[in-house]
Design a protein around this ligand. Sequence first.
Ligand code: ADP
Ligand code: MG
Ligand code: MG
Ligand code: MG
Length: 655
Amino acid sequence: MGLLTLGTPLSWEDTKKWSDHVRKHGIQQLINIYRRLKDRHGDVLKWGDEMEYMLVVMDEDTKTARLSLNANEVLEILEKREKESPRDYPASWHPEHGAFMLEGTPIRPYGHLMEHLNMVEANMRLRREEILSVLDQKRGETVLTLTSFPRHGCPGFTDPEVECNPTVNPESRSLFFPDAAISIHPRFRNFVRNIRERRGEKVSVNIPVFKDSNTPKPFKETFPIDDVEANRNAKDDHIYMDYTAFGLACVQCTLQASDLGEALRLYDQLAPLCPIFLALSAAAPVHRGYLADTDCRCNIISQSVDCRTREERGLEPLKHDKFVIPKSRYDSIDCYLTPEAEKYNDIDLVLDQDICQQLQDAGMGRSLARHFAHLFIRDPISLFSEKIHQNDELETDHFEAIQTTNWQPLRFKPPPPNSTIGWRVEFRPMEIQLTDFENAAYVVFIVLLTRVILFYNLNFLIPMSKVDENMQEAQKRDAVRQGLFWFRKEVLPPYKSGLAAGSDSQCNGGWKEDDKEYTKMTINEIINGKAGGFQGLVSLMNSYLETVDIDVDTRCSVQQYLRLIQKRASGELMTTARWIRSFVQNHPKYKSDSVVSEEITYDLTKVADEITKGVRACPELFGTPRTRSKVSLSSEGQKKLRKETPGKADIDVLI
Ligand code: ADP
Ligand code: MG
Ligand code: MG
Ligand code: MG
């Protein structure tokens, strides 16, 4: 888990004083891990998902849906259950930024068996039932997995309703988002204040509004309070936000590689897939009560945690700061990590040369050293007084303080000290879906795809600047159907060409450097292939599935997961964003003015809740799937696991 230290948070002034100290010891901690564990090998696949939940309370009488600020109480009960029976309990719980949010993971990771793919959905279902079991459902409380709650930041969007203006919000000074809706965990409050103080002004988020037939032209908001920064920063035709909008949820997936080399390779190969899966999972078309012209959360979060100073943003000459930094600390990645991919690193990397040298002197490969030297241009944004002085051999808090506040769609995770955990990669671009079926489908698709990448030695590399372009393309409205994405024409190494249908491509061979290596494709072509062109990811996955030992139930579930992604890619099924957008636009009370009112939000939330609970069908979103997901491995699966696990007594995966 990211750092969630309890203790006494330091002000920005004090954190700043310790910045160099944190960086210096953070790098030393990384070097110590690297020296000790760079040759660690033979780890088997372990992996797990993380789901971010929102607590909502619906009132039928007043037709309102609000975000319920009781996540902390819910979390306390759930954490107690987790502690009481750690062997049998299905889930592990963590606080999240919003006081209406929590995060749940399986209590132990899934393992290397194909059958583990069939446990994700069932485990997600158990997690959701756990949360529901402590909510007051009679009062209308429920739990939803929404990427963005439509009226997040609107007057009275929380339950209980709390006052909201810059005077009562000392941390954020926001006009819209009350400090009372930030998790009580000190880390998150500290973030909000320190981001603002480091930046030197309130954060400023502008997202293009969707221009419907009755949307005012130009669309210009009047704010409840005459606020200098809002007046200065809010752009015409944009939805303006002035708060750190962490209340935007995603589903993540962490995978353990067999060794450092495999982890680097997986990281690189997953990089070009981030924008593709961002577009496929798009689920965030409404913000602060307005329809946006974009479908995804990323550019919002990016602006909302942008702690760069004016100098770092290039608005003033460098005087106090060291670097002009092109991106926020939440943004797309800037470099590949393996030597083979180095030729595709075409983005100028702002990095700390001394740190880079130090890491290379410690034996780290050039690209990986540059990656960390790039992450370490940032200051720590949250520091606890109890944690300033650390034993760099045993602790890694300073390393994690910088590493885990570089919020990127991929994260390269070194092994924690004193643990059995190996080198890992975390896939983080995906927006969260309403149902456990859909979320399981996306997670399983990615995990399976990593097996296919390794098995066929696939190559998805394109210049990093093109991945960046794709990240922007992915967030556009209806990118799945309308977008064009840079993608490699041939992903199989030359010796494997002809393995899957459609590989009679004009492009001969995978490792050429000319510009014909990649072209623009639709998401449909990338996933489903095109006759005479790219064979499509799913055809490669199906070829792989024919080579592996897989039980009937798992095969049945996996087939339905693949089908969901295929049909989303082809446009036959809607993305969550498209579905929400169409729900709003077809609502009888919608006035074609981009406004998503309380009543529309209530109706949307109610329908979403029914779909999530399976009491309402939604064939346009995910068909009518019947998976055979199971909470535990079959007895054959368990036997197999024991046989195939080195040190059989110590099985630390879900069985
Ligand atoms: P963070 O918030 O830092 O990403 P979490 O603890 O919330 O970390 O989530 C980590 C994920 O990694 C969980 O899904 C967990 O099941 C999974 N996981 C745990 N151990 C391993 C391992 N050895 N290899 C891969 N994944 C693991
Ligand atoms: Mg987590
Ligand atoms: Mg989280
Ligand atoms: Mg995570």
